[in-house]
Unconditional design. Structure first.
Length: 182
């Protein structure tokens, strides 16, 4: 994972803030995927993304709680832009008409990046409670990677077909693309 972050110089507060941003972005992304794809069954893509959004939100709350306990209202030094080197999908990775397979591939890449973040950060985090939390989150990211890979392996060929714009002429996609909301 190429990144401009130097984990050796990342402060504990910065690591917690980055981890929180990662989880918040993941929550928003998965909630967006769930909304776009919809859900018709407990195990379809929309339901899986909804479940992942719930997990990511829980992780964000755990990190926020720990950060507040350790650093109070000290303003963060990291920015939302900093997570694009760590976990967030590449710009343009999501689009309004993306297929279920494409959504899962974006999710897989993001989960692998999140695992890598926690794995690399753990080499430098010494605070016992934060270290334990990061270890737990790293293992959850590893489980997410396994789950998404298993789902991708089982998807039918039809899951690779992009969605069509209901207002467009039959067989033609709308000419515009939408990126992720921040």
């Amino acid at each position: 994972m190429p990144t401009r972050l130097d984990f050796a110089t990342l402060s504990l507060m910065d690591a917690l803030d980055l981890a929180t941003l990662i989880e918040v972005e993941a929550y928003k992304r998965y909630a967006q995927f769930a909304e776009r794809l919809g859900s018709r069954a407990d195990d379809d893509a929309g339901a899986v993304f909804e479940s992942m959004a719930v997990n990511e939100n829980k992780h964000g709350e755990q990190l926020t709680e720990r950060r507040l306990a350790l650093f109070g209202a000290t303003p963060p030094r990291v920015r939302l832009d900093d997570i694009f080197d760590v976990e967030a999908p590449d710009v343009g990775a999501t689009r309004w008409n993306m297929s279920t397979r494409s959504a899962y591939q974006v999710a897989l890449a993001a989960e692998e990046k999140a695992f890598d973040f926690y794995d690399r950060a753990l080499r430098h985090v010494e605070h016992p409670e934060v270290k334990a939390l990061f270890e737990e989150l790293r293992e959850e990211e590893a489980e997410h990677v396994r789950m998404v890979k298993d789902i991708l392996a089982k998807l039918p060929a039809s899951a690779a077909v992009d969605l069509e714009d209901e207002d467009a002429e039959p067989g033609k996609l709308a000419p515009h693309r939408y990126g992720m909301d921040s």
